[in-house]
Every structure is written in structure tokens, then in C-alpha cells.
Write a protein that binds this ligand. Sequence first.
Ligand SMILES: *[C@@H]1O[C@H](CO)[C@@H](O)[C@H](O)[C@H]1NC(C)=O
Length: 315
Amino acid sequence: MARLAGVLLLLAGLGLAAATDYTTNGPCAMARVDKLVTVLPSSTGCRLNECLLKVIVTLPSGGDGCPAGPYPVVWFFSGFSSRAGFYSYLANRLASYGYAVVQYNPTALIITDAVETTFVAAIRTFLQGQPAGSPLDGKLDWSREATAGHSRGGKLAALQLAAAPAEFETAFLIDPIDNTMFSPEGPDYPSAVKALAALDPKKAFGLIGAGVPSACNPPEANYTGFWAEAAPGSWFEFIPGATHADFINIVPGANIPLPPVCGKGTTPAEEVQQLTATTMTAWFESFFRGASMLEFDAWILFKVEADVVGYEVKQ
Ligand SMILES: *[C@@H]1O[C@H](CO)[C@@H](O)[C@H](O)[C@H]1NC(C)=O
């Protein structure tokens, strides 16, 4: 009840401050640039078809109330064997609020973490070299970069953040998985949790954890290790009814259920994805633009009150 009273107080405050509803798309129209094919230099350590990448950028393209560019750049890393399009619901929401989201689809299925973490610098050079007049020309703000990702992509996002803390300001990790029995720690697969632990000062980031256990998110590699290394001010949203696979949208908009290899949840995947898109957008809006979180705070407190999520800000 105390929490509900807090919600009501927050709602009363809404009339007094500009607030934004991150559960729906923002003011920007969106454009997707998906014809960018690059061959990475062999200095990245890639071999043969590992070096061929398709890069996808989702970005704002005007609209009433859309912030002026250039836009903060969010690098989004897909989960193991997942395609960039499975996460376009997240890229769209972010772009609609004024972010440029960079994703890529490798041609090779298995690329080690050590090799894949060198891709970002090569892709950045490729994107910065797009000719004048291209759809990306002047749109990406290379002084404001963040990483994000799901599953192994969350691990890659954490590794990137830790490897270049001067370039990447923050991250948003969606049920990240550190080393498992399938990718034991070693030179090819460094531990992201250890990399975050070695950061001084530590970084603040947003984190989502799925509560349904399965072989996809083994306890020794799950979100808890990441949260332990988060700086004060970081957010943790725990979704007890979500499985590790609920963050994947295979056919955008259709929410085709996946075979339950990652367990069976009680929160519908649509809702898990909505919680994720909303919280991720709010995190970046709060971090990069200092936006009012009044309406977001009220929204999340209602979700907490309804036992849909747990929510914590690191002290
Ligand atoms: C995540 O790991 C922690 C610590 O090992 C454990 O308590 C928790 O149950 C795990 N969560 C899931 C979904 O397995």
C-alpha cells in the first residue's frame, strides 16, 4: 500500500512536469538503412565468411517534436544465432525517441567473443566513411555511444563497454549470459562480469533479468553476476514470469511462440517485450538526455505493485 500511495503521489506530480510515455513510440518517424555490406579487415581476427557482415542502422527521420540530430548511437548485439530483425521492436522504439541503433548480421554462425569484439571499431570506421549525401550523413553522434544486447549479445555489450569505457558511456543488458559450459572462460571467451569488475570507476547500466530458469540461462552465468558489478544509479528490472527467449520477436509484430527450449513463462512474450522496450528507452532517455522519469516511475511502480516485475535502482 505504501508503494501505491507513492504511485498516486507521482501521478499527482505528472500534471506539474513534462512527462513522456515510453510505452508507445516517440515523435520521430523511423528509417532503416539495411543495404550496408562490409568486409571487415583481417586485422579484426576474422576469417573467411566471418569477415562479411550486413550492417543495419535504424534511425529517426524527422517528425514533429523529434529531437534534432545527430543522434546518440546505440550498438545492439543479437543473441547467439539470432538475427538483428528479431530485435527490431527495440530498435524501432529507440529510433522513435531519437537514437540511431546499429546492428549487424554476420554470415558465419560461430564467431568467438575475442574476434567479435573487434568488429565494432571496424564497423564504426565503415559507417563514418559513408559518402556525403548518404542516408547516414551527419546523423550519428559519435561522441555519444552506448551498447546493448540480449543473451550472448548482452555479454558482448558488457565486454565492449568494459573494453572502451571512454567511448561507450553506458549499456542496457537484456538477460545477459556470461560464460557457460558451451563457451567456457578462456582467451577466446573472456568473462564479461570480470571485465565489468575490473572497471574503475564502474559504469552505470540498465539490466533486465528473466526469472524462469532453463539451460538457456544457467544460474552460474545469469544476470546476478552483472548486477553485482553495476555502478550506483544502475537499474535492474526483474521479470519473474519471463523466459530467456521471450525477448526474441522472430516475426516482427506477430509474436510466434518459440518452442519452449528455454522453459515456459507466465508473462506473455508481448508483455515481456513491451516491458523491455519501455525500460530500455527510459534508461537511455534518462542517461543521455536527463529526461523526466516521472511517468516511467509511476508506470513501473504499478508493474511492481501488480507483481509483474521487480525493480531496483542500485544505491
Ligand atoms: C540466477 O542466479 C542466481 C544466483 O546463482 C540464482 O539465485 C537465481 O535463481 C538464478 N535465476 C534463474 C532464473 O535461474
